[in-house]
Structures are given as C-alpha cells and as structure tokens.
Design a binder for this molecule. Structure first.
Ligand code: NDP
Ligand code: GDR
Length: 373
C-alpha cells in the first residue's frame, strides 16, 4: 500500500534528501514550506511536480511551525502515515539572537504537531520522527555520547530541542504514539546552509581561490565535531520509523575532527597547503604552496583566514563525539561516506559555482554578492 509522509522543513538540507529517498521508495510526499518574499524551494526544485499533473506524488503546502490551526488543517488533509519534523530555526548562533522565536518554532512547534496528531485521532495511524540533536549534550558529561548520556544544553536552540525531545517521549508514553527521537550529530552536504561552518569554509575557500573574496573570517576553529553526510543520516530517519517498537537512536560516525582540520582538507582539495600562525584572535592561515589550476587567484604568502570574535558564541559546545553502536546493532545502519569524502564533494560543488561566477565577472557581468555569514 502506498504510504503518505508529511515533512516539515522540506526546503532544508535534510528535508530535500529525505523527500528524494521517500519518493524513490514510492511514498506520496507532502511538505510544509514557509511563505517567503522570494523563491525558497531551490533544494527541492528538481523533484517538484506540477500540481496540475494527475497523481502527483509530491505536494507542498504553505505553513509554519508557529501556526497551530495551519498545522492541524494540513495534518487533517494529508492524514499522514509518517510525520518527519525537520523544520527548525536550526542555527545555534542565531538562537542567541532570537531565543524566543527559536523556542516557539523548535520547542512549541513540535508540541503543535504532536497535539494535532492526537486531536485528529491519528495517534494509532501516524508515526512521528523528531529531529533531535547532539547539541543536547552541550557541555559533555561522557565521551563518546550515547543514548544514555545525560544532557547539558548550551544554547536557546538546544534548550528548545530538549523540550521537543521530552515531548516526543511523553507522547509515546502517555498516548502510545509511535514517536522516535533521532539524536543526530552534525551532518553536512553540498546542500548545507551557507552559514554553517563546513559550507562556510568550502564555499568561502572556493570563492577566495577564484579571486571573488579576499579572506575567510572564522570563530572557534579548535571546536571538535563528529561530521557525517546528510544522505546517510536521512536513511536512518526513515529506518527508525519502520521498526516494530519506537525507540531513540544516536546517529553519528564515531570519528571526531576539528574545524581547523576541515579548513586544511578543503584547502587541500583546492591544491593548497596552509600554515597557521599567531594565537587566539590573532591567528591567521597563510598559503604555503599552490599546485594545480584550482586556485588561480592565490600565491604563497596570501593570508586567507583570520579570526573574527563576532563568530564566538556566548556559550560554546567545544567537543562532540557520538557512539552509534545502538543504530548499528539494532538497525544495521552504518555511515557510507567519510567526513573527508564529504568535504571533497562539497568543495567540488562550490568550486563549480565559484568558477561560473569568476567567468561572469571576467566578462563584465554581475556576480551574486556573497553576504557575510
Ligand atoms: P535547515 O536549516 O537546512 O532546514 C530547516 C528547515 O526548517 C527549512 O526548510 C526551513 O525553511 C524550515 N523552517 C524554519 N523555520 C520554520 C518555521 N517557523 N516553520 C516551518 N518551517 C521552518 O536544517 P537541516 O536540514 O540541516 O536540519 C533538519 C533538522 O534537523 C532541524 O530541525 C535541525 O535542527 C535538526 N538537526 C540538524 C543537524 C545537522 O547537522 N544538519 C543535526 C541535528 C539536528 P526555510 O527553507 O524557509 O528556511
Ligand atoms: P553547530 O554547527 O553549531 O554544531 O550546529 P555549526 O556548523 O554552525 O558550528 C560548528 C562549530 O564550528 C564553530 N565555528 C563556526 N561556526 C559557524 N557557523 N561559523 C563560523 O564562522 C565558525 N567558526 C567556528 C562553531 O562555534 C561550532 O563549534 C549544527 C546545526 O546543524 C544544528 O541545527 C544541529 O543541531 C547541530 O549541528 C548538531
């Protein structure tokens, strides 16, 4: 029987990969997109189906996680077998700037969906996936972090997500809802938002290599993360909802790297070696050698990274490392793509765009401005 899924956050990184996966599996996929003053569906445009086509299996609805009646109406119309709650104000640094909005979307938004399922009497039919996060561990209490590790959130984002984590469990225990938390560690891809650290680096260095930007300004480059590929992680989101019993799972690679490592890998993909010198806010990265033709704008001695304290966070999560043993043992899930392979893919994609922009610039045409991130 054809299954129907509803995805919040379908226009985001994970939403777009998950929609692809579910369409491949024969699902009818409904997604909630926000109204914006300009187009915001770039990540799903390639799977968009004209609504005038008969039996279209992909449908977008205008909506917002802050709007209870809208969510309830969509849920009632769609009658989903599976709900994937991926929508969120997902930027940790921004959550310090907009804590109340973040709480509303990332915390109460989840409650609104859970209540809609209950209110509509869908609790026996609809399975629910909550996008929980390694940010719950924050100031880590145990390494590596697993499903039983105590939480210590360090940002308004993480505190809001903690509320959603417990609400998901509460609806499971109180109403027997099939509801799961995926506690996902950082995952990236060429579709990653431009202001998250990995994409900021791959996009920034590709632009610098092509002479489109002078320098990358970074925050805490000693921060340690367990980075995986979003494609691997959305597979696990689906797998969690196919089990006999709802449970929560850590999804991670079990390997940790620094932001500095990621800068070095990205540089290497562009044929560059770097030297780091100076300390703290005075640290810089200078080009040591250039090989190949990927960085025509650079020569040895160019400074391509500086520290800008504006990118330090009021409370930082210094280190995260996940233990995905439960996912491996119970579901047979293992990541297929390493962090370094993912970095190579991201640089290659960003270099293509940067080369296109460099060509336009050389020929006197307008190049999209890279706003600060
Ligand atoms: P993105 O930031 O790429 O996507 C977030 C999505 O949520 C976008 O579609 C966005 O819409 C939508 N959204 C934002 N605010 C609202 C709102 N008020 N109402 C409805 N939709 C909204 O995130 P990712 O794809 O990377 O992450 C998916 C989920 O997983 C998020 O909940 C995130 O917090 C969580 N997570 C992510 C991890 C990661 O490393 N990527 C790790 C752990 C958890 P728009 O396109 O219009 O902005
Ligand atoms: P994170 O991801 O906060 O872990 O949240 P992000 O890529 O933003 O930061 C990772 C680490 O890099 C450090 N950093 C910088 N970060 C950004 N964005 N910009 C910089 O210039 C910079 N310099 C250093 C950060 O301080 C941090 O330590 C992501 C999001 O996807 C969340 O939604 C998700 O829940 C978690 O991953 C798991």
């Amino acid at each position: 029987m054809t299954k129907t899924a509803l995805i919040t956050g379908i226009t985001g990184q994970d939403g777009s990969y998950l929609a692809e996966l579910l369409l491949e599996k024969g699902y009818v996929v409904h997604g909630i997109k926000r109204r914006a003053s300009s187009f915001n569906t770039q990540r799903v445009d390639h799977i968009y189906v004209d609504p005038h086509v008969d039996n279209a299996r992909f449908k977008l609805h205008y909506g917002d996680l802050t709007d209870t009646s809208n969510l309830t109406r969509i849920m009632s119309e769609v009658q989903p077998d599976e709900v994937y709650n991926l929508g969120a104000q997902s930027h940790v640094a921004v959550s310090f700037e907009a804590p109340e909005y973040t709480a509303d979307v990332d915390g109460i938004g989840t409650l609104r969906l859970l209540e809609a399922i209950r209110f509509l009497g869908l609790d026996k039919k609809t399975r629910f996936y909550q996008a929980s996060t390694s940010e719950l561990y924050g100031l880590v209490q145990e390494t590596p972090q697993r499903e039983t590790t105590p939480f210590y959130p360090r940002s308004p984002y993480a505190v809001a997500k903690l509320y959603s984590y417990w609400m998901t469990i509460n609806y499971r225990e109180a109403y027997g809802l099939f509801a799961c938390n995926g506690i996902l560690f950082n995952h990236e891809s060429p579709r990653r938002g431009e202001t998250f650290v990995t994409r900021k680096i791959t996009r920034g260095l590709a632009h610098i290599a092509q002479g489109l930007e002078p320098c990358l300004y970074m925050g805490n480059i000693d921060s340690l993360r367990d980075w995986g590929h979003a494609k691997d992680y959305v597979r696990m989101q689906w797998m969690m909802l196919q089990q006999d019993q709802p449970e929560d799972y850590v999804i991670a690679t079990g390997k940790q790297h620094s932001v500095r490592d990621f800068i070095n890998w990205s540089a290497a993909e562009l044929g560059l070696t770097l030297e780091f010198s100076g300390e703290g806010v005075d640290e810089v990265a200078t080009v040591a050698t250039v090989t190949g033709d990927m960085a025509p704008a650079l020569k040895a001695g160019d400074v391509i990274m500086r520290i800008d304290p504006r990118y330090f966070r009021p409370a930082e999560v210094e280190t995260l490392l996940g233990d995905p043993s439960k996912a491996k043992q119970q579901l047979g899930w293992e990541p297929q793509i390493t962090a370094q392979e993912m970095c190579a893919e991201m640089v290659a994609e960003d270099l293509k765009t940067a080369r296109r922009h460099a060509f336009l610039k050389e020929n006197g045409m307008d190049v999209p401005v890279a706003f600060e991130s």
